[in-house]
Design a protein around this ligand. Structure first.
Ligand SMILES: Cc1ncc(COP(=O)(O)O)c(C=O)c1O
Length: 741
């Protein structure tokens, strides 16, 4: 990595030799690098590296006690398709307009179990956007100014220390140095008097880092701490720099005009507004995405994350500085333990999928501690989310799929057979409860007992906890481990794909195997860290804390009841139009329901894609599509939607069904129908009208739509083209230009 943890920077030749040596053995070279340093230094790709990774926190994101922060993983085109998660693909819509879309979707929810290599689902999309906008705002020149300034302040500090015969270990540096002292304890003590924390390396070394908030006043304070009697202004004139000319980059970068156009606050604001206008977010409409729990993110819950007391805390600050965070973590943990019925919880995982990995690693460590290393088989029902299988593979387990019955429940006969076949190799069963089919499995306790009787552990995926809070506890009905998604049930906004928090809760016998951290004092039985900071994305924990405190026990139970009631209301209103695929034994669904579109497709050719796009013309975001069953919608209203909004959605679905009927009865063909041409953009509506239905039907299909504020920015996108054309670097702006013809 460069700069390394000490701040030293290897020479370009040394680094090049590393990549040459690795390539000569057939390997690939990975560089861990700092984004701000990359502004000045020759970048990893130029030095022959295949992959670069690092954190984008540096670009305008507060420390936040450890997160959320976006990481980046960059690679050359040759490795692009091996990247985990989803990438953006550039495609065109039916009007020939350029359109961006998320490509390679099949890696995530729909991933083929045996192909699972990455469990990334919720990531850090919002934080990636924040970091990008830091670059958009500053542009290349601004970033260079910031990097030069940080580097210069570090160099002044080095010059001051050296002129006072204090040893600086580095011969090269960008923003970080290691200083050798007689007694670190003494130096830390003096620094504390100035409200400064140095990195505690060992008894005779301290680390100092600078960033864009550092200034000459800070240098004066440092000189005071180290008793340096030099003029900062004079050193500024004469100091030697830590980055030599030979190390500097001399290529062009951030050349797209986006990085130079928005230099006034007004223009930047308008640019952000224009981008936000393309979004169909919760501030315009309900987002009925099943398994996502898109609920209200109340302002009161959000306010505390703006407080500097949460935002500006370093994740490794001493315990004496973080009493508030400690209390928050303890109280939130205790509340989540009470809600789930588990005995211990770790807030470290940054997403549900990371919680899965942490939970499965705990199960693996548990079996190892009992000398049962052979227990590696993880049973997963066919309806499970793709991340379940991927996490199991990442935790070193082998995935065996268990069938589901006609009602969407785990097929008990198949489960029994697979448990017997697995024998003493059975490590775990991973189920989702209520299931991803949207039903409460009546036999969940029997399932847990069966797996336990074969020596396996039960992992209950808690993504659907919105149907359980206050009414049932996985820790009590037989599960050993669950992750929760605080970004679903506990109100952290989804951020367009993250940040998330995926706490992992366990029963007592697994507590000692929860994630650890190099800085924590827990015993070594714990598995390693699953995130860089001890409490993961600490700064967004206040959102869930406030939510639970505001709701109280009664409020939480009532929310669950309302979520279930709303889903059942939708199921009963829409069943006659789109049959509800699965119901529990009493005929009810849980907090979401699956609407079957397959018969409609068979008869009319109308696909769930057509209905999803037509819903945009009605001002709605589509429900979850083809998960867990292909050719279906999974609808989850949550407790935060009013009856009026739920009715608005049902009315839209029923109106769309009437349009489908027109195709079924031969009034209009599928190709000529508004469904096939949806969504209709403003440009489509203004162009000479060529369709068999009216402009009014296209734009304002029901009277309730009059005054609608949202029009899709592009129409149907060519998906295959988008999968073929991944966006791995910025397109020149001209390629986005729209032809007025
Ligand atoms: C059932 C289920 N399990 C696991 C996950 C993964 O959670 P995350 O996206 O937070 O990684 C999801 C996410 O949507 C899910 O629906």
């Amino acid at each position: 990595s460069w700069p390394g943890s000490s701040g030293s920077i290897a020479s370009a030749d040394q680094i090049k030799n590393i990549s040459i040596a690795i390539h000569s053995q057939g390997g690939l070279a990975i560089a861990v690098c700092d984004l701000l340093a990359c502004i000045l230094l020759t970048p990893p790709a130029t030095l022959g590296f295949d992959i670069a990774v690092g954190s984008a926190q540096r670009f305008g994101v507060p420390m936040g006690g450890g997160g959320p922060h976006a990481a980046f993983l960059a690679t050359s085109n040759s490795q692009a398709r091996a990247l985990p998660g989803r990438l953006v693909g550039v495609s065109t819509d039916t009007g020939g307009r350029p359109a961006l879309r998320l490509a390679l979707q099949t890696r995530e929810q729909h991933i083929r179990r045996e192909k699972a290599t990455s469990n990334i689902c919720t990531a850090q999309a919002l934080l990636a956007n924040i970091a990008s906008f830091y670059a958009v705002w500053h542009g290349r020149e601004g970033l260079e100014r910031i990097a030069e300034r940080v580097h210069r302040l570090t160099s002044i500090c080095v010059a001051g220390l050296r002129s006072s015969n204090i040893e600086v270990a580095n011969t090269t540096w960008f923003d970080t140095i290691v200083v050798r002292v007689k007694s670190s304890a003494e130096v830390h003590q003096r620094a504390l008097a100035h409200n400064i924390l140095f990195r505690n390396i060992d008894a005779t070394s301290v680390g100092i880092s600078f960033d864009e908030t550092s200034n000459l006043e800070l240098i004066e304070k440092l000189f005071d701490i180290f008793e340096i009697n030099e003029s900062v202004a004079q050193l500024d004139e004469s100091c030697e720099l830590g980055v030599t000319q030979a190390m500097r980059r001399n290529d062009d970068f951030l050349t797209q005009s986006t990085f130079s156009k928005y230099r006034t606050e007004h223009e930047m604001l308008r640019y952000l507004r224009r981008l936000a206008d393309k979004d169909l977010a919760l501030d315009r409409t309900m987002i009925p995405l099943g398994s996502c729990t898109m609920k209200l993110n109340a302002t009161t819950e959000m306010i505390p994350i703006t407080w500097p007391e949460f935002a500006n805390i370093h994740p490794f600050a001493p315990a004496t500085d973080v009493a508030g965070y400690t209390q928050l973590v303890e109280e939130l943990s205790a509340m989540l333990i009470e809600i789930t019925g588990y005995d211990a919880i770790s807030l470290q995982p940054n997403a549900g999928s990371q919680g899965e990995l942490a939970g499965l690693l705990a199960i693996r460590a548990y079996h190892l501690s009992r000398n049962e290393a052979q227990r590696v088989i993880c049973l997963i029902p066919s309806s499970a989310h793709g991340t379940n299988a991927a996490s199991a593979v990442m935790a070193g387990m082998a995935v065996v799929v268990v069938a589901c019955d006609d009602r969407g429940n785990v097929d008990l006969i198949d489960l029994r057979t697979k448990c017997e076949l697995a024998g003493n190799k059975l490590a775990a069963l991973m189920i989702t409860y209520p299931s991803t089919h949207g039903v409460f499995e009546q036999k969940v306790t029997d399932i847990c007992e069966l797996v336990h009787s074969h020596g396996g552990q039960v992992y209950v995926d808690g993504a659907n906890l919105n149907a359980l809070v206050g009414v049932a506890q996985p820790g009590h009905f037989g599960a050993d481990v669950s992750h929760l998604n605080l970004h679903k049930t506990f109100c952290i906004p989804h951020g367009g794909g993250g940040p998330g928090v995926g706490p992992v809760g366990v029963k007592k016998h697994l507590a000692e195997f929860l994630p650890s951290h190099p800085l924590s004092t827990h015993d070594e039985k714990r598995v390693g860290a699953v995130a860089a900071a001890p409490n993961g994305s600490a700064s967004i924990l206040p959102i869930s804390w406030v939510y639970i405190k505001l709701m109280g026990a009664q409020g939480l139970r009532s929310a669950t009841m309302h979520a279930i009631l709303s889903a059942n209301y939708i199921a009963s209103r829409l069943d006659a139009f789109y049959p509800v695929l699965y119901r529990g034994e009493g005929g009810f669904v849980a907090h979401e329901c699956i609407l079957d579109i397959r018969e409609i497709t068979k008869i009319t050719g109308v696909t769930n894609d057509d209905i999803a796009k037509r819903l945009m013309d009605f001002g709605f975001h589509a429900p979850t599509m083809s998960f867990p069953v292909s050719g279906t919608f999974m609808v989850e209203p949550t407790e935060s939607e009013t009856l009026a909004e739920i009715n608005r959605f049902c009315n839209a679905m029923i109106a769309i069904h009437a349009e489908i009927q027109q195709i079924a009865t031969g009034v209009i063909s599928h190709d000529e129908s508004p469904l096939h041409n949806a969504p209709h953009t403003v440009e489509d509506l203004c162009a000479p009208w060529i369709h068999k239905y009216s402009q009014q039907q296209a734009a304002y299909p029901i009277s309730a739509m009059l005054g609608r504020g949202y029009f899709a920015p592009v129409s149907r996108i060519d998906a295959a083209f988008g999968d073929r054309n991944l966006v791995c670097s910025c397109e020149p702006l001209e390629s986005y230009a729209i032809s007025l013809q």
